[in-house]
Structures are given as structure tokens and as C-alpha cells.
Write a new protein. Structure first.
Length: 385
């Protein structure tokens, strides 16, 4: 790519991904949660509300960077700064501001919904810092115009040097985030993968694969279309198992829309027993990156010795990924030991938050830059709250 005239760069804001276009966004996207197909699904489905702002940087008529942002609240308070006393303070500020009419009761999150990564999509060039500055100014402008009190880069990877090195200079406050996991695919066969593991783990996996077959469970690839009802029901079983008060927002209509717009970006594995679908594992794919996302099960049709979960969520997808020359599989933050035992590596993320009120911003920044806050940020991990 040729040299970029920084003065000629222009940042435009769109409310629909169609304004940027499939080819432009997908040429920058490295994983499935940042593709045209995923954003189009979100905008089209009606299972839950969505409020996007897509910030696109143009060099002439070419899109060279995109920062997807979404106005919402739940993810911020679930995964935002987890230092003691901070979230209650931010919640009170938002509630008070909303009651007094000077701000929305929501936050502008720079990420992709239901993804545990915040990132800016960039073409390879030498002007990344200038592009980030341009995007940050536009985020400031959106927050001022829309009366949004806070913006946040919610899941910044420890490996993302652009954001890690520069967001604090742009008045974003850093705090510990969740730890996700990933698997680097570097084997030519599933057998080679098994040989890379500890002997005890290797033998356990072989036994779990054998027991799954002996119990009559068949793991196979499947297309999304026609299984929408099954997937929603199985996912509801999982969510209600761990919290009966949580509503499953991914109903059958969501999966139907996903199959229409993102069929080529999804990979679905199902488990069958006695010709009945008793489990599924749904992943998103972009290029050579695979992202583990949703699972669901019919628990009464399983036994403790058929190991459906491990075969469905790990062994079959890993085997398929090796055959498809996938380079990396992203996993979520839970069941850390299970994933580490199976060859995954940990990836720390950090939350960056900025207050956009001219009066409150400096006060919050000063309060959270105190030695006590810095000590608590280092001392306490998320699990302690």
C-alpha cells in the first residue's frame, strides 16, 4: 500500500453496515465477529435491540480503517472495570445523569456484540496512531452529540499494541479485564495434536472420544437452516441450568436470520443420539480464524460417561480446524483449566473507559489515577469481586 496523506484522511459515521459495504469491511476483518455478515445479522434480527455506530476512515475513496461501536449497557456492567467501588460509582453517575436529563443511561462500546474482543480494523500501513487519534476524536463527537457519558474499549487484548500503548494517552482509564483463551493450530493431523499434549491428557481424550461413540452419540457437521428451533431450545437449556432468571435472547428467529446472512461464516456441529439432536456447538469463521461461540444441550438425553460436551466443543472442531488449515481458535473465558489442559493459551484483556462530561471527566480521571486505585487494579483480580 502506498504512502498515506494524513491530512487527506476523513472519518465518516454510518448507522448501517451496508453504507460501508461487504467487500470493504471483510477486507479488513480477521475474524467472524467483525464481518459484514455478522453486523448485517445484528441489524436485521428483531430478537433484541441494537444501536450501531460504524466509524470508517477513508483515504480518498478507499476504506482503510473501521471501528464498530454499539450503544448499550448490559455488557459494560457485566465486563467493565472490576475494581471495587468503581462500577457502583459509574452506575450511580449514569442513573443520576439520566434522571437529570443530561445523559443517556447507556455507554458507547467499541467492540462487536457478543464478542470478547475490542479492536480497530486496519489495513497495513504506517499511520495507525494517526488513524486511532482520528477515530478517538469522532467517538468524542458522537458522545457529545448523543449525550453519552462514557465510552469504552471493553476487551483490549494484551497483544494489541496500538490500543494498549495509546488509549491512556487519549484519556481512557485502564483496568483489568477478563482472560480469554485461544488455541494456535500448528499440527498437520489430529494425532499430532494429541501427541503435543501431556500423556495423561492425551489418554483421557482418546478415552472420551471412544466412550462418546460407545454411548451412541454421533458428532457431525450440519447447516444452520432448518435447525433454528432446536438450537434455541438447546441453548435455553444451558442458560437456565446456570441461572433460571436469565432470558435466552437468541430465539429461533435469530438463528433463522443468522442462517440467511451469515451461513458462509458459521460452522455448526451437532450431537445426535437415537436420531435426536441432543447438543450443538456453533462457531464463526473468517479466513483462517475460528471463534467458538454458542453451545446447548438436552441434558436428560446425556449421561456422565458419554462426554458429549468435550467431543462437541473441542475434539471435533479442533480436528476440523486442522483439516481446514485454520490457524487459531478463540475460546471464551470460562472453563479455563479444561482449555489449558487441551493446549490453549491465556490472553489477558483490559478495559479502557473515558468520561465525556467536561466537569465530571477530570474529577473521575483524577480519582481513578490515585495510588490507591492503581494498587487495587494490580492487587485484585476479577475473580475476587
Amino acid at each position: 500500500m502506498g504512502l498515506i496523506d494524513v491530512m487527506a484522511l476523513e472519518c465518516k459515521v454510518f448507522r448501517s453496515i451496508d453504507a460501508i459495504g461487504r467487500d470493504s469491511i471483510n477486507s479488513l476483518a480477521e475474524d467472524g465477529f467483525f464481518t459484514y455478515e455478522w453486523f448485517k445479522t445484528l441489524e436485521t434480527q428483531q430478537s433484541f435491540g441494537i444501536s450501531p455506530f460504524y466509524l470508517a476512515v477513508y483515504n480518498g475513496d478507499k476504506v482503510i480503517a473501521v471501528a464498530p461501536c454499539f450503544v448499550e449497557l448490559s455488557y459494560f456492567f457485566q465486563y467493565g472495570p472490576q475494581i471495587r467501588y468503581v462500577m457502583p460509582l459509574l452506575q450511580k453517575l449514569l442513573l443520576l445523569g439520566h434522571q437529570r436529563g443530561f445523559c443517556q443511561n447507556s455507554v458507547l462500546l467499541c467492540y462487536s456484540p457478543f464478542c470478547s474482543r475490542s479492536k480497530i480494523l486496519l489495513k497495513e500501513n504506517s499511520e495507525k496512531k494517526n488513524i486511532l487519534n482520528l477515530l478517538a476524536k469522532e467517538i468524542d463527537s458522537i458522545c457529545k452529540k448523543e449525550r453519552i457519558l462514557f465510552s469504552s474499549f471493553l476487551f483490549v487484548s494484551e497483544f494489541d499494541r496500538l490500543l494498549m500503548d495509546n488509549l491512556q494517552k487519549l484519556n481512557y482509564l485502564k483496568s483489568p479485564g477478563i482472560t480469554t483463551l485461544y488455541l494456535d493450530i500448528q499440527w498437520s493431523s489430529f494425532e499430532d495434536y494429541l501427541k503435543s499434549l501431556k500423556p495423561k491428557t492425551r489418554e483421557s481424550i482418546r478415552r472420551e472420544i471412544r466412550k462418546c461413540k460407545e454411548n451412541g452419540v454421533i458428532i457431525e457437521e450440519q447447516e444452520l437452516g432448518g435447525l433454528s428451533e432446536n438450537l434455541s431450545e438447546l441453548l435455553s437449556n444451558l442458560t437456565s441450568k446456570y441461572d433460571k432468571n436469565i432470558k435466552n435472547i437468541f430465539n429461533s428467529s435469530f438463528f433463522s436470520i443468522l442462517s440467511v446472512y451469515a451461513q458462509n461464516k458459521t460452522k455448526l456441529f451437532i450431537a445426535k443420539k437415537n436420531n435426536e439432536v441432543v447438543g450443538f456447538s456453533l462457531l464463526l469463521r473468517q479466513g483462517n480464524i475460528l471463534d467458538g461461540w454458542l453451545t446447548g444441550f438436552k441434558y436428560e438425553a446425556q449421561s456422565k460417561t458419554d462426554f458429549t460436551y468435550f467431543n462437541l466443543c473441542y475434539y471435533m472442531p479442533i480436528q476440523w480446524a486442522i483439516e481446514e488449515n485454520i490457524k487459531k481458535i478463540y475460546y471464551r473465558s470460562k472453563a479455563e483449566k479444561v482449555k489449558l489442559d487441551r493446549g490453549c493459551k491465556a490472553e489477558k484483556t483490559y478495559s479502557f473507559v473515558k468520561c465525556h462530561d467536561e466537569l465530571l471527566g477530570p474529577l473521575i480521571n483524577n480519582a481513578l489515577k490515585t495510588p490507591l486505585y492503581s494498587y487495587l487494579s494490580r492487587r485484585f483480580s476479577r475473580s475476587e469481586f
